[in-house]
Design a binder for this molecule. Structure first.
Ligand code: SF4
Length: 341
């Protein structure tokens, strides 16, 4: 396997909370496929992050790490060029988290908007908040910063609404460099992602916890069943009523993503009531299944060969660990922790 050290390094991760869906594909993985040819790409399965909110329900985490690795490999993340690793296999990230927490002002953590959202999501009232919001969750922005800085990544993919994540990491990098008089950490820059918005089957944001997703590993039968449940044009009551693609909440936007070559035909057939929504969604499911077929095939070949997946993860973990170890050694030196030797 070859290293790509001269390219700008990019770092991103996903929590192991279950199999990935099409929203992950169009929201992140599609970009990763492009990045892996351009940048020195580090992709992390961030299992410690899963514990910040799922610490009471840990039985699925190990299996999910494997599922995510399979999903990444099946869509074409190439371990020959990208470094695929598991966060908890790199203890240097945890040590860096501890050291960076020493220089992180409390107010910076409390102001982090993502953290505020997570606290709101977890806790209904103040008493619940006291129990559910843990010290680990409060430290989540510092852990995320450590994920980035351990690899001295120059770029981090973010959506426009997630800019604050990265501002936090940049501020910590700048503070570290200022405190210890060294340009040690590069300031990570945002790599803004611009992706088509793929809605869940109910018209809301696609998410595994909303039960409105299509998984990358779903069978053709499951895809058909799910697509048939998609919300269409709510004003179209009877089969003979003309439909309105601009009011069609889920199938029409999906056609634009999965079968742009069919959109003129679909629009004509829908708006002249030549086709009913059931038939239209059945055809759409076929295009989604065509799209997923090679992904399923690749997944099946990796599922049959668990040893190769183990080797890929071990190779990625070792490579990532060597980089993080070097970063940490420099941090400890600058923070005075190696000077007693
Ligand atoms: Fe949507 Fe197709 Fe129904 Fe038109 S016919 S409303 S495009 S599902």
């Amino acid at each position: 396997m070859t290293a790509t050290a001269t390219k700008t390094r990019i770092m991103s991760g996903m929590r192991p909370t279950g199999r990935l869906h099409l929203g992950h594909y169009f929201g992140a993985l599609l970009n990763w496929l492009e990045y892996q040819d351009k940048y020195d790409s580090y992709f992390s399965i961030v299992d410690w992050h899963a514990l910040t909110t799922k610490y009471q329900d840990v039985k699925g985490i190990g299996g999910s790490i494997r599922e995510i690795a399979l999903d990444w490999l099946s869509v074409g993340i190439n371990p020959e060029v990208s470094t695929i690793y598991v966060q908890s296999a790199i203890p240097e990230i945890a040590e860096l988290h501890l050291l960076l927490s020493m220089i992180t002002p409390q107010g910076w953590v409390e102001r982090e908007p993502t953290l505020k959202d997570m606290v709101k999501m977890l806790a209904g009232d103040e008493t619940e908040a006291q129990e559910k919001v843990t010290y680990g969750l409060l430290g989540y922005p510092v852990l995320m910063t450590s994920d980035i800085l351990a690899f001295r990544a120059g770029l981090v993919p973010v959506g426009k609404d997630q800019q604050s994540h990265l501002e936090f990491a940049r501020d910590i990098a700048k503070r570290f460099n200022h405190l210890y008089g060294a340009q040690y950490f590069p300031e990570p820059h945002p790599k803004f992602t611009d992706t088509p918005l793929l809605k869940g089957l109910d018209g809301q944001k696609m998410g595994k916890s909303y039960n409105n997703d299509i998984k990358l590993a779903d069978s053709p039968e499951d895809v058909l069943k799910k697509v048939k449940q998609a919300i269409t044009d709510r004003t179209r009551i009877a089969r003979a009523d003309p439909g309105h693609t601009d009011l069609c909440e889920v199938p029409w936007p999906m056609y634009k993503i999965f079968a742009p070559q069919l959109t003129d035909q679909v629009k004509n057939e829908c708006e002249s009531a030549v086709i009913g929504c059931v038939d239209c969604k059945t055809r759409l499911a076929g295009t989604v299944n065509d799209f997923l077929a090679p992904i399923r095939e690749k997944r099946a070949s990796f599922e049959k060969d668990p040893e190769t997946v183990n080797k890929i993860l071990k190779y990625g973990n070792d490579k990532a660990r060597a980089v993080a170890r070097e970063t940490l050694a420099g941090v400890k030196d600058l923070m005075g922790l190696s000077r007693w030797v």
